[in-house]
Write a protein that binds this ligand. Structure first.
Ligand SMILES: [Zn+2]
Length: 108
């Protein structure tokens, strides 16, 4: 799971990554100051602006690895089935991350 706020600069509006181990919104400080790494604007953000997303460095791995294994074992046709069959272990981690994201986004 990764946490973001959207940059307050209306010309930027990029997602600013927050490095925090918080699992729910209440674990973040109510307000905090951030500098956007894209436009350099500095502003105060409220924790109700924070949203969570699935960490892309974790999420797709299960399916990719599973697909490769499936292709090795069963040939190209196996890639899709392999993603389902062998992706299980990775998919479990993906689901945990997805649950963490949902829990964070629903938290107040
Ligand atoms: Zn910005």
């Amino acid at each position: 799971m990764r946490l973001f706020v959207q940059c307050h600069n209306i010309k930027c509006r990029r997602k600013i990554l927050i490095s925090s181990p918080a699992q729910v919104r209440s674990e973040l400080p109510e307000t905090f100051e951030l500098i956007c790494s894209f436009c350099g604007s500095k502003d105060f953000y409220h924790n109700n602006e924070v949203f969570a997303e699935i960490d892309p460095t974790k999420a797709p791995i299960g399916a990719i690895v599973g697909g490769l294994l499936g292709a090795l074992v069963l040939g190209p046709i196996g890639a899709l089935g392999g993603a389902v069959l062998f992706g299980g272990a990775g998919a479990n981690a993906d689901n945990l991350d997805k649950k963490a994201v949902e829990r964070f986004n629903l938290s107040v």
